[in-house]
Design a protein around this ligand. Structure first.
Ligand code: SAH
Length: 230
């Protein structure tokens, strides 16, 4: 079994590479891919760079070029739900693209013909995450994540995304990774630790908490890998 572990930024995969220790590095299509065997599982690890386009390229590459059969995403996000504070974890039950807009033709936000407003995550991986959370004594929220090519640092935009998609958190890659995995029939799991509240203080909060929140998410994802290997 080959498992992909993906982030968007170097900080999101650094704790994973550190834990794995030795790996083979391959450059492909402008990114570095790290391959290793860990607990008997073949891993391919990469950060895509920020946004929907780069994350689409990386997810597709991990599957089509490196042969990944499942994909776990680890990273940080802005909170919409007031239940979520910096450092809290959220698992996406389904994801949407909040900046996809052909509403001029009468379609809902996030929809294009032959697509869907939401893509659902793999239920088996979500179940596994519940076991991991209970073993770690952690509360992990399940909710909707909305993705777009915008760093949201604006209460009005955040509230609009929350009410339009019922979203609990927002970020810039999950929705596109979900589309790729769904199209290629690869089970996927998107985990995010909160770095900010997507409000006017978001960029300061993000800078202060990127590293610690990225680590929280990465540690959880590595526990998922352990569980998959059991
Ligand atoms: N500081 C970075 C830019 C970060 S963009 C730089 O200057 O290079 C934000 C990244 O974190 C994206 O990968 C996104 O998925 C996630 N994220 C965290 N908070 C976010 C928010 N409020 N809005 C959108 N994305 C957010």
């Amino acid at each position: 079994m080959k498992l992909a572990i993906m982030g968007a930024m170097p900080e999101e995969i650094a704790p994973i590479l550190e834990k794995i220790g030795t790996y083979k590095t391959t450059e492909y299509a402008g990114n570095k891919y790290y391959e290793a065997t860990y607990n008997g599982i073949d891993l391919v690890i990469a950060y895509s760079k920020i946004g929907k386009v780069f994350s689409t390229l990386t997810a597709a590459t991990m599957i089509e070029h490196f042969g990944a059969q499942k994909l776990l995403f680890s990273g940080v996000a802005g909170a919409i739900s007031s239940e979520l504070k910096v450092g809290d974890l959220i698992v996406a039950t389904k994801l949407s693209q909040h900046d996809l807009d052909i509403t001029a033709f009468g379609h809902p936000f996030g929809y294009v013909p032959e697509g869907a407003v939401f893509v659902e995550s793999d239920k088996t991986l979500i179940e596994l995450s519940k076991q991991v959370a209970s073993e770690m004594g952690l509360h992990v929220k399940e909710g909707i994540i909305a993705t777009g090519d915008q760093f949201v640092a604006n209460e009005e935009r955040k509230n609009w995304i929350g009410s339009t998609f019922g979203a609990d958190a927002l970020e810039m890659e999950g929705g596109s990774v979900a589309v790729v995995c769904n199209a290629l029939h690869v089970p996927f799991f998107i985990l995010r630790a909160i770095s900010d509240a997507a409000d006017m203080d978001a960029s300061f909060s993000f800078d202060a908490f990127l590293e610690s929140s990225a680590k929280t998410s990465a540690e959880f994802v590595m526990k998922m890998v352990d569980k998959i290997g059991e």
